[in-house]
Ligand binder design. Structure first.
Ligand code: KHP
Length: 505
């Protein structure tokens, strides 16, 4: 007998609209994300600008809507002027100890994003630089011709302003690994002043203040409150970053990563609300979850231990399993269920560096297992997230205590209903979908089941994993009044698609 769970939902009970910017990503100047990732002039599929066509096609299939750039840790010592115009110096990037050629810079990235309909999210350097360089970059990107930095853009061949709307006030400045690491007061003051200047250049931009680099940071909570006390009037969102991995074979805790992410979001929201209360503000500050993924961080020696490398070195090219893909699907369920609070998110990263898309220089590009739940969620989660109430058993975990065995998110618009379900248990679970007042027909879907073998690098293993562990579902499409029942295999993520009809009573 399988375990049993139920998921109750109704179109009248809603969490909030899905902001398409939830399906963003990160394109950092590190490793092979840019060079031999999105950009490789000699590649047979590359366009006249030197950008790989095969990678762009996969990015489009993945369904990404925004791309954060140029970092990550890279941005904290980046001199953006080095990356524009005809003279591009070779510099030592202190974030990853890599020689940066500056072949790709702001114009090349923004035009790549524009050609592919991707909204850019630019980050400014608040590690080694400050107010002046940040405001100058906003003017370079968004200013009308007639003043210094906008005129430099025009001289570099781009007359029309780019109109970049999303701006990150630095990156992970709470982290001791960050070049220009600061305490919360130092960063909060700088973010407030840089943000003020940037909005004087272009008042229409949205600013994201750095929150914590993870929930485990010793400064977590205090950091958000102190930074927001300083920068409340100027910022539009606060960021969160989180990476999850399986530690020492503790599969149950890893499968419960979505619960850890859920707690993290609730705590950041509570910190922001505490500042709002102190300031007598009714604003519910929103969150930009602008780095999240599975990353086997414990295998990374740290930037201090990397040799100085030239070109496009292989750094943190994690190889993912179908188990990782189930966890990515569950993390997306968590993000959807916070649609009212989290309008922005970035899967870190897009290509080669802890990425759903991999490439070989001069060779193929392929999908890692984590590609599949992301692409399906970006494609299917349209409309409004309904307040899905899950009733199920719990399982004990070492790291997160007792966690629900089943998680669910339901997203509906006028045409379609998408139901995302995760079974974290090692047993099958039968789930009653309770949709009182509606008839529901399930027509199809996609499922990922976890594997128990270690992932291997390369396109052949990724393809074989997809063959064995990713399945397209074809369902009968029969309308069921009030209740539909589905069976979830052990350790699986499923997206069901269907149509709902309201029934007159
Ligand atoms: O918890 N840590 O030790 C830790 C260390 C580095 C770290 O870096 C972040 O992740 C990198 C890869 O996406 C981005 O460049 C940076 O923003 C994020 C977290």
């Amino acid at each position: 007998m399988p375990d049993h769970a139920s998921v109750l939902f109704h179109p009248g009970f809603r969490v909030g609209a899905v902001d398409r910017r939830l399906f963003g990503t990160l394109v950092e100047h590190m490793g092979r994300a840019v060079y031999t990732g999105i950009f490789e002039p000699d590649h047979p599929t590359s366009d006249e600008h030197g950008f790989r066509g095969d990678v762009a096609a996969l990015a489009s299939e993945l369904g990404i809507t925004t791309a954060r750039y140029p970092g990550g840790n890279f941005v904290s010592s980046y001199v953006w002027e080095d990356g524009v115009g005809p003279d591009r110096p070779r510099v030592l990037d202190l974030g990853w100890r890599t020689v940066e050629t500056n072949t790709v810079g702001t114009d090349e990235f923004l035009q790549w994003a524009e050609r592919h309909g991707i909204e850019p999210m630019m980050a400014v350097n608040l590690g080694t630089r400050g107010v002046e360089a940040a405001a100058a970059l906003v003017e370079y990107c968004n200013g009308a011709a007639g003043t210094r930095w906008a005129d430099l853009r025009v001289a570099n061949g781009r007359v029309e302003p780019y109109g970049v709307r999303l701006w990150c006030l630095g990156n992970e400045l709470d982290g001791p690994w960050q070049v220009g690491h600061k305490d919360a007061d130092e960063y909060g003051r700088l973010a407030a002043e840089a943000g003020k200047a940037m909005k004087r250049v272009d008042p229409s931009i949205e600013l994201i203040a750095c929150g914590s680099s993870s929930m485990e940071m010793p400064t977590f909570g205090d950091w958000e409150q102190t930074v927001l006390e300083h920068a409340w009037d100027v910022v539009d969102h606060v960021s969160m970053h989180a990476y999850y991995q399986e530690h020492d074979g503790d599969r149950a805790s890893f499968l419960a990563s979505g619960t850890a992410m859920d707690r993290f979001i609730r705590r950041v929201a509570a910190s922001a609300d505490a500042v709002a209360a102190r300031k007598g503000s009714d604003r519910r500050l929103t969150i930009s979850f602008d780095e999240w993924n599975v990353w086997y961080l414990s295998r990374f020696p740290g930037a201090d231990n990397l040799p100085v490398q030239d070109g496009a070195p292989r750094i943190i090219e994690d190889v993912y399993s179908a188990l990782d893909a189930v966890v990515v699907g569950d993390l997306l369920v968590t993000l959807l269920n916070h649609a009212d609070r989290v309008p922005l998110a970035c899967l870190a990263q897009l290509v080669n560096v802890i990425a759903p898309i991999m490439t070989e220089p001069g060779g193929p590009a392929w999908r890692q297992p984590t590609f599949h739940p992301f692409a399906a969620t970006a494609r299917l989660a349209r409309g409004t997230v309904l307040d899905a109430r899950v009733t199920c058993g719990t399982m004990p975990t070492e790291r997160h205590g007792a966690v629900p065995l089943v998680t669910a998110a339901v997203v509906a618009d006028d045409e379609a209903t998408a139901i995302f379900l995760v079974n974290r248990s090692t047993d099958a679970v039968e789930v009653d979908l309770l949709h009182p007042g509606s008839a529901l027909a399930l027509t199809g879907g996609i499922r990922v089941t976890a594997d128990t073998v270690a992932a291997e690098p390369g396109p052949a293993h990724a393809a074989a994993t997809a063959e064995r562990h990713v399945a397209q579902l074809e369902l009968d499409g029969v309308l069921h009044d009030d209740r539909s029942t589905v069976l979830l295999p052990p350790e699986s993520w499923t997206a069901f698609t269907g149509t709902a009809e309201r029934r007159a009573r």
